[in-house]
Design a protein around this ligand. Structure first.
Ligand code: NAD
Length: 254
């Protein structure tokens, strides 16, 4: 299978590419030049904000893992350029070249204003906590539209906190390990049918924030568990912590 990975020079992208490069033919792209990536596939530097550049990258590929964009809160202008427009360009490129599957790095911040006292599933309505979260909610909706109109399937992964190991109290419910993230993305590439699915990118199938049992249906079986770190992190609480899933992001810009 030939797979295009956007944001390949980023944290998730680099680790993913190193883990899967022997199993897939990879086309790798990022706005940053990254010579190391050439070891793992065909690297092409490109800006997701430019439709012509993105369209060329999708030629002949079977699936796209879309990780590229601004990965935190920023100005509306930056989020608009890199996330709203960048994601729209990825879908247009997929349409143009008949790419039928996208695995999209969404975020818990698309649903960040849900309170933490109830575990939410894939059907939870969007309640973004930032422009960043709104861009992920927009992308999940775009996924529905391109599925219904153009039969492009998308798995949107509402990623929690991607870290080598959990660092603070909130990570008991949001952490995803490097190997679980890689596994979840591979399961989404390999699943027979995903239509437009939402899965949570966390190292557990059910916790206080997220009901991720749907992910087990495509074979996701996390190997790590933040509970193993409880004694180290349960008393580590960030300043301005809130009672919402999005944590401190719900306070940004107020
Ligand atoms: N790391 C997390 O905990 C987490 C949580 C939720 C969602 N996500 C999402 O996962 C994805 C990857 O996250 P990450 O932690 O690897 O972030 P990252 O910032 O390390 O990687 C993102 C990559 O996208 C690239 N990029 C940005 N704008 C671009 C553009 N216009 N054109 C081409 N490339 C561009 C950057 O250069 C960077 O290499 C992001 O979409 C992020 O929103 C991450």
């Amino acid at each position: 299978m030939k797979v295009l990975v956007t944001g390949a020079a980023g944290h998730i992208g680099k680790n993913l590419v190193k883990a899967i490069h022997q199993d897939y033919e990879l086309v790798l792209t990022d706005i940053k030049q990254d010579d190391e990536l050439k070891e793992y596939g065909h690297f092409q530097q490109a800006d997701l904000a430019l439709l012509e550049d993105v369209a060329k990258l999708a030629e002949g590929v079977d699936a796209i893992v879309h990780l590229g964009g601004i990965a935190t809160e920023s100005t509306y202008e930056q989020i608009n350029r890199n996330n709203f427009n960048g994601t729209y360009h990825v879908y247009e490129a997929a349409k143009k070249h008949g790419v039928k599957r996208i695995v999209f790095a969404s975020s818990n911040h698309a649903v960040g204003f849900h309170p933490i006292n109830q575990s939410i599933g894939p059907e939870a309505p969007h309640l973004p906590d930032t422009y960043y979260g709104a861009s992920k909610a927009f992308a999940e909706n775009l996924a529905n539209m391109y599925h219904l109109k153009h039969a492009i399937e998308t798995a949107s992964l509402r990623i929690g906190s991607y870290l080598e190991k959990p660092a603070e109290h909130r990570n008991l419910n949001t952490w995803i390990s490097v190997r679980d993230m890689n596994q979840l993305i591979v399961r989404c590439l390999e699943a027979d049918k995903i239509a437009t699915s939402v899965f949570y990118g966390v190292s557990s199938l059910h916790n206080a924030y997220f009901d991720n049992r749907d992910a087990a249906k495509i074979g996701y079986n996390p190997e790590d568990n933040p509970e193993d770190y409880r004694s180290e992190i349960e008393n580590v609480k960030l300043e301005n912590v809130t009672d919402y899933i999005g944590g401190v992001f719900t306070n940004f810009g107020r």
